[in-house]
Write a protein that binds this ligand. Structure first.
Ligand SMILES: Cc1cc2nc3c(=O)[nH]c(=O)nc-3n(C[C@H](O)[C@H](O)[C@H](O)COP(=O)(O)OP(=O)(O)OC[C@H]3O[C@@H](n4cnc5c(N)ncnc54)[C@H](O)[C@@H]3O)c2cc1C
Length: 261
């Protein structure tokens, strides 16, 4: 069930690179969000006569704490630029949690979580739940450079709860130089379930990897979307069931079900 709420901004701060974090008071959403789900967030103050941009923007719920939700967002265009202007105490329209395709953790014995760039915010709540369940988990988190590992603080903290975190950068400025998927063979065995969120090339690689190795893999997909709840059909992808909506049947799909990424 999704809730339409006017959420209070608790904090909106620059993190690093092009990433900001916004924390919102949204109890109904905080209490019901499952790993992989997202919200549609208006990028301007609620009810002040502003309508630009008209469409809300989709963001993963990166973390929940009591009645708060946290979103990590990259500033890439008009909406996210406007989002940086929000201040503590402002109110924003928020719809969520959305997406019926979530990350399943039932019966999982061992997890490898691959996070690429801002995709780290699409799997962080999952990592928290895996830690809470005591499922042995390794996170392979890669980005262009040190400042783009913008959720490093969050992941360093969760590592204190027994999660192994490995960092990678394209330019070698932090962690190991290279892509996180290059080390998969070291951490994956037939018992492992792989979860991932990140840029398309990374997800394509994992889709092929999971087919070749027969490893169950769940991918969180990112498509431009206007409505976020299944009406506009702007975000469809081709799957083994025909066309499915990333916002409604997704955003998480089992890799083997995706025909075209
Ligand atoms: C389910 C889901 C969860 C997401 N979670 C997050 C998140 O946690 N953090 C985060 O930073 N981003 C996330 N995104 C992407 C985010 O929604 C877009 O970056 C945002 O809507 C861009 O808005 P804008 O107005 O700033 O950009 P626009 O001005 O609309 O576009 C600027 C540029 O960004 C590109 N762009 C816009 N939307 C997307 C998109 N969905 N995917 C890829 N490129 C896009 C455009 O093609 C254009 O080049 C998520 C997307 C989906 C579908």
């Amino acid at each position: 069930m999704a809730f339409e709420v006017e959420a209070k901004v608790l904090e909106n701060r620059f993190v690093s690179g092009i990433t900001w974090e916004i924390r919102l008071e949204a109890e109904s959403i905080a209490k019901t969000t499952q790993p992989g789900q997202f919200v549609m967030l208006s990028t301007h103050v609620a009810d002040n006569g502003e309508y630009d941009p008209l469409n809300r923007r989709p963001f993963a719920v990166a973390d929940v704490e009591g009645s708060e939700i946290s979103i990590f967002y990259d500033v890439v265009g008009r909406g996210t630029r406007k989002l940086t202007l929000l201040r503590g105490g402002n109110r924003v329209h928020l719809l969520g949690p959305l997406g019926e395709g979530v990350f399943p953790t039932e019966g999982v014995k061992k997890a490898v979580v691959v996070a690429g760039g801002i995709g780290a915010s699409g799997v962080s709540l999952l990592v928290k739940r895996l830690a809470e369940k005591g499922i042995p988990t390794t996170v392979l988190y890669g980005a262009r450079g040190k400042e783009f590992l913008s959720m490093r603080g969050w992941y360093d903290k969760i590592s204190q709860r027994g999660v192994e975190i490995r960092y990678y950068t394209d330019d070698g400025s932090f962690g190991k130089k290279g892509f996180p998927v290059e080390d998969l063979d070291k951490f994956v065995d037939p018992q492992t379930v792989i979860y991932a969120c990140g840029p398309k090339p990374l997800l394509r690689y994992l889709k092929d990897y999971s087919r070749q190795r027969g490893v169950k893999t769940y991918l969180s997909l990112d498509r431009r979307m206007a409505c976020g709840w299944g009406v506009c059909l702007g975000c469809v992808i081709k799957t083994d069931r025909g066309f499915e909506r990333v916002c409604k049947e997704g955003p998480v799909f089992e890799a083997s079900r995706i025909v075209e990424l």
